[in-house]
Write a protein that binds this ligand. Structure first.
Ligand SMILES: Nc1ncnc2c1ncn2[C@@H]1O[C@H](COP(=O)(O)OP(=O)(O)OP(=O)(O)O)[C@@H](O)[C@H]1O
Length: 209
């Protein structure tokens, strides 16, 4: 693929409350279109674990190198977890594109705001995966069986903020994950066929709160 053709592959930002089904939908997309999509390789200051591969699992860097890149505005977002720094670099997103693949960025609304503010030239398609209702989101989080009560409450509170942000019109496309197969078809049309009008209307959550 020529550099010009590669530059036409817009990254896709997938955002939505925890438990709304982003991973489930993306897994289906990757399974149906192997090789078409790529995830950016994150940077970390932590040591590699057995079985991990540099440049594939992560870019392993020193804290100094990491902080240099922060100063150069080289990260879309970065954070520190239990003493180690992690980040998604602009370069890593560009690398996926250069490899001829569509970069999928699964990030939260904070990350979306950072791209819009600091890296608008990445020009991603912003897609919001919405639950059909807050009640269904709660059911899915419960069904997944991975959350404690406190974590569940935090995720639901965060969801309300994320839905408010989506309501402000920050996303190009909304896909409501009501019926999984229907939602998947809509998402596939949007991402693979470029039909951005195949999305849904954001449900009105106000009545539930
Ligand atoms: N359309 C759907 N109908 C019913 N259940 C669904 C649907 N889509 C996903 N689920 C289920 O909801 C749960 C949450 O889905 P998933 O883990 O994909 O969410 P997520 O948005 O990736 O969450 P996180 O941001 O926390 O990683 C899973 O148990 C999944 O099987």
């Amino acid at each position: 693929m020529s550099a010009a053709a590669a530059s036409l592959i817009r990254p896709v930002v997938i955002c939505g409350p925890s438990g709304t089904g982003k991973s489930t939908l993306l897994k289906k997309l990757m399974a149906e279109f192997p090789g078409k999509f790529g995830f950016s390789v994150s940077h970390t200051t932590r040591a590699p674990r057995p079985g991990e591969e540099a440049g594939v699992s992560y870019h392993y860097v020193t804290r100094d190198a990491f902080l240099d890149l922060v100063r150069q505005d080289g990260f879309i977002e970065h954070a520190e977890f239990s003493g180690n720094m992690y980040g998604t670099s602009v370069q890593a997103v560009e690398d996926v594109k250069k490899g001829g693949k569509m970069c999928i960025l699964d990030i939260d609304t904070q990350g979306v705001k950072l791209i819009k503010a600091n890296h608008p030239y990445l020009n991603p398609l912003y897609v919001f995966i919405s639950p059909p209702s807050l009640a269904s989101l709660k059911t899915r989080l419960t069904g997944r069986g991975t959350e404690s009560d406190a974590s569940m409450a935090a995720r639901l509170a965060a969801a309300v903020g994320e839905l408010e942000y989506a309501k402000s019109g920050a996303f190009d496309v909304v896909v409501v994950n009501d019926d999984l197969e229907r939602a998947y078809r809509a998402l596939r049309q949007v991402i693979v066929e470029g039909k951005t009008d195949a999305g849904d209307r954001l449900p009105d959550f106000a009545a539930e709160q």
